[in-house]
Design a protein around this ligand. Structure first.
Ligand SMILES: Cc1cc2nc3c(=O)[nH]c(=O)nc-3n(C[C@H](O)[C@H](O)[C@H](O)COP(=O)(O)O)c2cc1C
Length: 274
């Protein structure tokens, strides 16, 4: 089957977390902007706002607010993409129309718009020989980032993208593993028994364990149970399922969930049921 350049770019994807200091040209910034604009959007509402950030001081503050992710300060361009529930509401209210839309529904479709725009920027960047990593950590400090960037009410930072020239050796960091196709993709109907799913995931775990992928990526057991002194799972048992199980079980979630509700409310999103 013919591999187009677009498909080759998609298949060569990997996230990069070490960047050279070399800045991007204005032409690069314009191309990434156009790639984001061209993405489809739900009902053509284009419910997003994008801030392109190259100032070092701002990037350093953002790196801290996104959960201390140093590569945000290191990359020459950090793109913050926000869900924007303000622009279309203003159009309705300016005509004295009621705003009957559901913020929850609009937030979900705006999130889809944001993801498409950011993925377009990421692929466009990679097709230009640049490297990227998406930053969901923006949600950790959404309200603080909104204040730092001077965003109007009802515009909430959601997803970031680091862009720059990679300083990673692709031979040292091979493409990240993916789940077996049979676990995720089905033809016509869902076709996987729980037992078959467990067998496939178990095999996948064994493969990623022997590849060493999770060696330096363990989530420490005391992030789940601070009083525990011994991790009951050794390196030979730490595969994909152990990793994602630990991600869901982190104590971090308790504060983070409440903060997200408070942040969204403070930014003017009306999501809780009355
Ligand atoms: C919505 C989204 C949010 C992400 N947030 C972060 C993040 O905050 N920090 C980070 O280092 N990587 C982040 N990533 C990158 C993922 O960790 C990465 O895509 C995944 O591990 C697979 O690796 P690959 O992209 O190299 O194939 C994010 C990816 C997506 C799609």
């Amino acid at each position: 089957m013919e591999l187009t350049e677009t498909i080759e770019t998609i298949l060569a994807h990997r996230s990069v977390r070490t960047y050279r200091s070399e800045s991007l040209s204005e032409a690069h910034l314009q191309l990434l902007t156009e790639a984001m604009r061209r993405g489809p959007s739900s009902s053509a509402l284009q419910n997003y706002t994008v801030i392109l950030i190259t100032e070092q001081d701002l990037k350093e503050q953002l790196a801290r607010l996104c959960g201390n992710q140093a590569y945000i300060a290191q990359c020459p361009l950090f793109i913050v993409t926000c869900v924007d529930l303000r622009r279309v509401e203003k159009a309705a209210l300016a005509r004295d129309y009621p705003y009957r839309a559901s913020d929850l529904r609009i937030l979900l479709s705006a999130t889809e718009d944001v993801a498409i725009a950011v993925q377009n920027a990421s692929l466009a960047a990679q097709s230009l020989g640049l490297a990227t990593v998406m930053i969901g950590g923006v949600m950790n400090g959404s309200r603080e980032i909104a204040a730092l960037l001077g965003l109007p009410p009802r515009v909430a930072p959601l997803l970031g993208l680091c862009v720059g020239y990679s300083d990673e050796d692709p031979k040292v960091i091979p493409p990240r593993p993916r789940l077996p196709k049979e676990v995720v993709f089905h033809r016509e109907r869902y076709q996987l028994s729980e037992r078959e799913e467990e067998r496939l995931l178990d095999r996948h775990d064994q493969e990623v364990i022997s590849s060493g992928f999770y060696h330096a990526r363990h989530i420490p057991f005391d992030e789940l149970f601070p009083a525990a002194s011994v991790d009951p799972v050794g390196p030979d048992g730490y595969g994909w399922t152990e990793h994602v199980a630990r991600k869901q079980a982190r104590l971090w979630w308790e504060g983070a969930t409440e903060k997200l509700w408070e942040d969204f409310e403070a930014m003017g999103l009306r999501l809780r049921r009355e």
